[in-house]
Design a protein around this ligand. Structure first.
Ligand code: HMG
Ligand code: MG
Length: 299
């Protein structure tokens, strides 16, 4: 059976924009987030405190956070790879939630965060502990859960091991990333089933990129297991800088259209989401990757 309600985590401003080559004015990012708020989103991943040499596009995260409206019930999570990033996040005084990000594949871990999986877990431990001491919520990502750009197939046992380690550290939710979007529905479901043996489905989220056009089908297959949190990016923005060829996350508009069509509540306004997608697509000078937005005549 399907969940009655799904929580949509908007990752467009972070995952969607981190790979953009051209400078995006911070005011555009703030305007995008205001539109996402207007659409009803309450969790909007705003940026990352990572090395600006590695990911220049996220270098304005502190400046952006200072521009965002403080709203009851709304959080703007940020990615944090190490203690240095956590200090920066805390210094803004605007962060209530962080995410640490690991991977199920060694090669991707090396390329993305320059260390092995085990080193990353050792590095995250004090980050999570200190964040919890400061009253922050901590989310954990696992990348490459359905395939790696460098290693190909990834074993569900490797995903489970990292997911369980992050949950054990104190991450309230583990977001399972199909970083390169090569997953297919039954494979996705089996992977989630394997992880759920160690981390209950109520603590899992789906973070599927749509490179091969499989994301909606795979989400559906996993919702059937009772997962009720989905990460997506408005207009299908994005791609990971350390996963060549990977396109954006599944489009928020498309996820919401599917869920509403199934009678599943999201609390989101599809028209307003399309407006947010239109704003950022036009700022980037690009056609939206959302099929729903295109069908409804957005730019
Ligand atoms: P490193 O080179 O191993 O670390 O990088 P380091 O500690 O030796 O530091 C190197 C330099 O970075 C130093 O500067 C540090 O000061 C600086 P330098 O002396 O060369 O001038 N530095 C920092 N600067 C700002 N903030 C920090 C920070 N830490 C060090 N927090 C590091 C290790 C993790 C820092 C680096 O590899 C990095 O920043 N990687 C970024 C990776 C990233 O952001 N990837 C994209 C997000 S993950 C993703 O998209 C997947 C996801 O969507 C899920 C999915 O789809 O699968 C989440
Ligand atoms: Mg991602």
């Amino acid at each position: 059976s399907y969940p009655a309600r799904v929580r949509v985590v908007e990752v467009g401003p972070r995952d969607g924009l981190q790979n953009e080559k051209g400078a995006i004015p911070v005011g555009i990012k703030a305007a995008l987030i205001e539109r996402l708020l207007a659409a009803g989103l309450t969790t909007i991943e705003a940026g990352s405190f990572v090395s600006p040499k590695w990911v220049p596009q996220m270098a304005d995260t502190a400046e952006l956070l200072a521009m965002l409206p403080a709203r009851q019930g709304v959080s703007y999570p940020v990615l944090v790879p190490n203690l240095r990033g956590l200090e920066q996040a805390l210094a803004t005084g605007r962060v209530e939630e962080i995410a640490v990000f690991g991977a199920a594949s060694e090669a991707f871990s090396q390329r993305n965060i320059n260390c092995s999986i085990d080193e990353s877990l050792r590095r995250f431990e004090p980050v999570v502990a200190r964040a919890l001491e400061h009253g922050l919520r901590v989310r954990g990502y696992v990348s490459c859960v359905l395939g790696c750009p460098y290693e190909g197939e990834v074993d569900a046992a490797a995903v489970t091991r990292v997911a369980a380690a992050l949950a054990e550290m104190g991450c309230y939710e583990i977001s399972l990333g199909d970083t390169i979007g090569t997953g297919t529905p039954l494979k996705a479901r089996r992977m989630v089933q394997a992880v759920a043996a160690k981390v209950p489905v109520g603590h899992l989220a789906l973070h599927f990129h749509d490179t091969y056009g499989q994301a909606l089908a795979s989400i559906l297959a996993c919702l059937e297991l009772g997962v009720s949190v989905v990460d997506s990016a408005v207009a299908g923005l994005g791609g990971c800088p350390y996963a060549q060829g990977a396109t954006g996350n599944v489009a928020t508009e498309d996820v919401v259209y599917m869920l509403h069509g199934m009678g599943i509540e999201t609390g989101l306004d599809l028209d307003r989401l399309c407006e947010a997608g239109a704003l950022i697509s036009s700022a980037l000078g690009r056609e939206t990757a959302s099929r729903v937005a295109r069908a409804r005549g957005a730019v």
